[in-house]
Design a protein around this ligand. Structure first.
Ligand code: SAM
Length: 231
């Protein structure tokens, strides 16, 4: 993979970045997404934020090698600290991390979210925790996608600020308000696998000399929820 050939996962993230948007990609790593957005003509201003020095240096080298130093600002920074007021960023992308880490980055950087029009988030796990953060901070989920690549299932969550308080019920938070409506084959396969895994864990717990009552109740509740959704 490189900026000319993005992975399916990153190309789907890129697909939700509006044309001519000013972007901050947080956790940019190699800066392939940032570079692709500029090379595709989707953006001519991207902040590529990276907290670890090694990837930051790789990103800077990649941007320079592609001749994109004018369009891409590579910054060594923690989370949304990479964004400066003068950047006038409209879209933030955060991909390839756990949902909890993405939610923490958003939580710590709330002051930088004031002018943001769209978040394009791709949590590897922990989607429920991320959806809870979004709904608690007045972001509405406007698009969701689930995809499979190299045996991994990924979700993409696109959220935009809203003045109207949003409410999602537990099922919508766990499964995704839009994914649950569509219930495509990848969605069904993912949750069938979760059901199998959690049923096995529950069976194992019940055999313990002192079965953990709280955990058992939690797993029973989860399995009932999955059963209701998958039918
Ligand atoms: N976004 C790329 C992708 O989806 O392919 C890279 C994903 S990589 C697994 C996660 C990157 O996020 C790593 O390079 C890591 O150093 C960076 N990262 C983790 N926490 C961060 C934070 N708080 N601020 C900025 N970057 C962070």
């Amino acid at each position: 993979m490189d900026e000319h050939h993005l992975s399916k996962r990153l190309s789907r993230v890129a697909a939700y970045v509006p044309e001519h948007s000013r972007v901050a990609d947080i956790g940019a790593d190699h800066a392939y997404l940032a570079a692709a957005l500029v090379l595709n003509g989707q953006s001519n201003y991207v902040v590529a934020g990276e907290v670890v020095r090694g990837p930051y240096e790789n990103a800077q080298a990649e941007v320079t090698a592609q001749g994109l130093d004018k369009q891409i600002q590579v910054r060594l920074a923690d989370g949304l600290d990479a964004i400066e007021a003068g950047d006038q960023v409209e879209t933030v992308t955060i991909a390839g991390m756990g949902g909890s880490l993405i939610a923490e980055i958003l939580e710590r950087g709330q002051d930088k979210l004031a002018g943001i029009k769209r978040l394009v988030l791709q949590p590897n796990v922990g989607e429920e925790r991320l959806r809870r953060w979004l709904v608690n901070h007045r972001f509405q989920i406007n698009a969701e996608e689930i995809l499979e690549e190299d045996g991994h299932v990924y979700e993409i969550i696109v959220a935009e600020p809203t003045m109207i308080p949003i409410q999602y019920d537990e099922r919508e938070l766990v499964f995704g308000p839009l994914l649950i409506e569509k219930q495509g084959p990848i969605f069904r396969r993912k949750w069938e696998e979760v059901r199998e895994r959690e049923a096995a864990a529950l069976a194992q717990m019940k055999t313990a000399s002192q079965p953990p009552a709280d955990k058992i109740a939690h797993f029973r509740h989860r399995l009932a929820l999955i059963g209701e959704v998958l039918g």
